[in-house]
Ligand binder design. Sequence first.
Ligand SMILES: [Zn+2]
Ligand SMILES: [Zn+2]
Length: 308
Amino acid sequence: MFRSLPLLFPLLLAACAVTTHPARPCALGAPSSSAQMLAVLDAPGPVEVETVASVDWAVERSGLINLDNPKAKAANLKDGDEPIQIFFHVLRHPERGTYLVDTGVETALRDHPERASIRGFVASFMHLEKMRFHAPLGEWLAAHPQDKVAGVFFTHLHLDHISGGGDVPAGTPLYAGPEEATAHAFLNLFTQASTDRALDGKPALNEWRYAPDPSGRFDGVQDVFGDQSVFALWVPGHTPGSTAYVVRTPHGSVLLTGDACHTRWGWDNDVEPGSFSGDRPRSAQSLHRLRQLAAEHPALDVRLGHQR
Ligand SMILES: [Zn+2]
Ligand SMILES: [Zn+2]
């Protein structure tokens, strides 16, 4: 048995990747920079954004906010259930069509939980029984037949952001940050099957091609369509490939932070996410960078990962 351990070891490592779904460099858009984004950030753009709350939910505050941060201690913030929502964002580009940022939850999670991507042990661990359903993705898409989904831009691949994947039509292109699919962690042993199911039937995941940002403001910036209408910002820490999106609308720019910031309190008080994040110092740096961007551009419409 012990002689076969070296043979088993790579298998164990493979089992610990976020997903077995393949990933490849993205062919859409082009690497960009903070300078190029900042030059157009305050100018109106062509893309409309609609943010939809898929479900109400509640999770531990200590996962959402680092309660050991001195500001959280000074505010006497304690652990307990924090009310949150799971969103998806609908981006309507006049030429490129409709894209989603994240996916909310799938309709099966409400109607046929035994068939949902997240089920069994993982579903009970996540306390999905606390969910109150508003707009499962499939139900919403059926009510909006004009929105044919041309692609999904993920902020990251945590289950609460990809759960609606089962309601995304087969063959739809998917996009996420570098290493988001391939990063290894012990916890992935439990979540990998659910992640694989949520991505099943879709082509290989396209990874944003971030080039180093010359100004160092962000780890990387990509011009998503190559027309400066949508930018992907690399904000690692919560996960290795965590990505925020800046969308230029006719009414000004919208910043979708993803889980670089989960909560309103965390944003207002500059306190990074808690135990749900893999690298807290890096997530604190990414949050600081996003808050600086918003401070310098007060008209920016900031939409956080899990609260309004
Ligand atoms: Zn997350
Ligand atoms: Zn999340």
